[in-house]
Structures are given as structure tokens and as C-alpha cells.
Design a binder for this molecule. Structure first.
Ligand code: HEC
Length: 290
């Protein structure tokens, strides 16, 4: 017997009149939905929140730059924005805020849903905003310094590999940095957590010696410090500054060979002295152990 069959008649009619009242007084909730179009409603959302990753030459599997790019995936897009899988933003936006944070508002998700459900209309494409254009390297501009990561082959074992890499640099004097940007050179690069290790004058003779890449699966933290020669010459831990550029992607599929060949760190220097406090953490801080 179904639930409705169990219900006394009085309740059913109560529901009916309740629904009726809702329509009579909650006028806006019963108005027919606005007809959503790509040109007027969806393009601005996609261009602001998605195209920065979804354009040629990036880790994202397809571009989201034209009406066709977006319309032919409207149902998948609806599904991933509903679950808040895209844009990838694991931080809780109710709790605190970050520079350049990227997540959709409830209203933006609703617009995408309505558009997909209504059949993904184009609207007047001549009135759509222009698709954004992206430079092929840095998204910030011309860096003052470029650190190239040495090419490193990655086996296609269909699983994530966590590598530690050392990219040494020496500056002639104390230098303040405005921005550090990671530009992945391969679509297999999943993400990067960066630590800036600063050796004070006289504490380290040669920052270029030691291994440059190690697989964390095979090494203890102490091995990494030793083999990469990361400690000061007197064996004391140097100072660490944490940087967190993020770039999500998928691991190389079976048998694929990838490499970090063209990955770079772009460094943008600050000409005036810093005004904001910096967080420095000793390398022995438990929070940063794997
Ligand atoms: C930070 C970069 C980034 C942003 C911003 C981003 N994406 Fe993605 N997106 C990716 C990457 C990388 C993948 C591939 C992930 C994978 O395959 O594991 C992906 C995958 C997808 C997929 C395929 C999911 C699947 O399971 O097949 C869809 C659809 C998608 N994105 C839509 C969007 C939409 C819509 C937005 C904006 C609202 C967006 N993305 C913003 C990086 C991004």
C-alpha cells in the first residue's frame, strides 16, 4: 500500500489547500522561472569562475570558452556545481576568506541549474560577454625571476606519486617577494605545496649540492633533509616559509610517461620593503611532518 493510500482524506485536502495558499500568497515562488540563456546568464559565471582553468594548455580536460563547449556538457556541469566539486574550492567560505578565492554563490548555482534544465539555450550570442584570453605562461605577468624544475620522468602507474623537489636559488641580498606562481609544465602535475627555505648569510656554503628529487614513498623525513642537504652547515634547521599554490589534476594513466619538463616557479619581486608580517616556522614543527 502506498503512503498516500494510508492517509486519511482530511489530510490530503489539507495539503491541497495549503498548496493553494502558497500559490496565492507566495507570488514570487510560483512565477514561471526566468528563461536562462548562455549569453545573458551563464557565460558571465563560466568566464569568471571556470575558464581560468578550462582553456587550452592547462590541466583541465576541456575548454569552457564557447557556447558549444559549455552547452554540450550542461548536465555534467550542473552535476559538478551542485556537488560543489567545481570550481575546486575545499575551503569553507563561511568560515574565512582568501585572496582570489573561487567558489559559486547559491544564486549562481541556481542559474546554472535552471539553464541546464530549460535546455541550455544560447540566447543572443552577439550580446554575450567576450571569452577571456589567457597568456600561455604566467597568469600574473612577466616574472622577475624564473626557476625551472629539472625534467623528471613519472611512471604511468595509475596512481598519485608524491615527490619532494629542491629548486635552489641564491639572491645577492635580502629581497622581498610579492608573489610566487607555480606554472605546471605537464597536465599530470596534480598540486604543489611549497616551502621557502631561507639560509641566513654564512650558514650554508652551497645550496646547489644534494639530490633534487626524491619519492616520499621511499624516504623518511630525515632522509629527505640529509640527501637534499637542506640543513644549515652546522646541522641546525633553517627557517621555513610556507607557500601553497594549488593545481589539481589527475594522475598519469597506466603506461603514460609524463615529465615535469617545463614546470616553473615564477617569482615576482617587491621593490619596497614589506609591510605585512610573515609566518616563519621551524622545520621541526610537527604540523608539517608527513
Ligand atoms: C582550479 C582549476 C579549475 C577550475 C577553477 C574549474 N575546474 Fe573544472 N576541472 C579542473 C580539472 C583539473 C578537472 C579534471 C579533474 C579530474 O579529472 O580529476 C576538471 C574537471 C571538470 C569537469 C569534468 C568532471 C568529470 O567528472 O568528468 C567538469 C564538468 C568541470 N570541470 C566543470 C567546471 C566548471 C563548470 C567550473 C566553474 C564553475 C570549473 N570546472 C572550474 C579544473 C578546474
Amino acid at each position: 500500500m502506498n503512503a498516500r493510500g494510508d492517509m486519511p482524506a482530511g489530510i490530503i485536502s489539507y495539503f491541497k489547500s495549503w498548496l493553494f495558499l502558497l500559490c496565492a500568497f507566495g507570488i514570487s515562488s510560483c512565477k514561471p522561472e526566468t528563461q536562462r540563456t548562455f549569453a545573458d546568464d551563464v557565460a558571465p559565471i563560466i568566464y569568471e569562475h571556470c575558464s581560468n582553468c578550462h582553456h587550452p594548455g592547462t590541466a583541465a580536460p576541456f575548454s569552457l570558452l564557447t557556447y558549444n563547449d559549455v552547452a554540450k556538457r550542461s548536465l555534467t556541469i550542473k552535476a559538478v556545481v551542485d556537488k560543489r566539486l567545481m570550481p575546486p574550492w575545499p575551503a569553507d567560505p563561511e568560515y574565512s576568506h582568501f585572496c582570489d578565492e573561487n567558489f559559486l554563490s547559491g544564486e549562481e548555482i541556481k542559474i546554472i541549474n535552471e539553464w541546464a534544465d530549460q535546455g541550455s539555450a544560447a540566447g543572443d550570442l552577439t550580446n554575450a560577454p567576450r571569452a577571456p584570453e589567457f597568456p600561455s605562461g604566467s597568469l600574473i605577468g612577466k616574472p622577475d625571476l624564473q626557476l625551472h624544475i629539472k625534467p623528471f620522468p613519472v611512471k604511468g602507474i595509475n596512481t598519485d606519486q608524491f615527490l619532494v623537489m629542491k629548486i635552489p636559488l641564491e639572491l645577492p641580498h635580502d629581497t622581498f617577494i610579492r608573489a610566487i606562481e607555480f606554472v605546471p609544465g605537464s597536465k599530470y602535475v596534480h598540486h604543489v605545496n611549497g616551502h621557502l627555505i631561507s639560509f641566513e648569510n654564512g650558514n650554508k656554503k652551497n645550496v646547489f649540492e644534494g639530490e633534487f628529487v626524491l619519492d616520499t614513498k621511499n624516504e623518511t623525513r630525515e632522509d629527505v633533509l640529509r640527501k637534499m642537504q637542506l640543513l644549515n652547515d652546522d646541522g641546525i634547521n633553517p627557517l621555513l616559509t610556507i607557500i601553497h599554490p594549488i593545481n589539481p589534476c589527475r594522475p598519469p594513466s597506466k603506461n603514460a610517461i609524463a615529465s615535469f619538463a617545463r614546470s616553473d616557479f615564477e617569482i615576482f619581486l617587491l621593490t619596497r620593503k614589506k609591510t605585512r608580517g610573515m609566518k616563519k616556522t621551524g622545520m621541526n614543527n610537527r604540523a608539517h611532518r608527513r
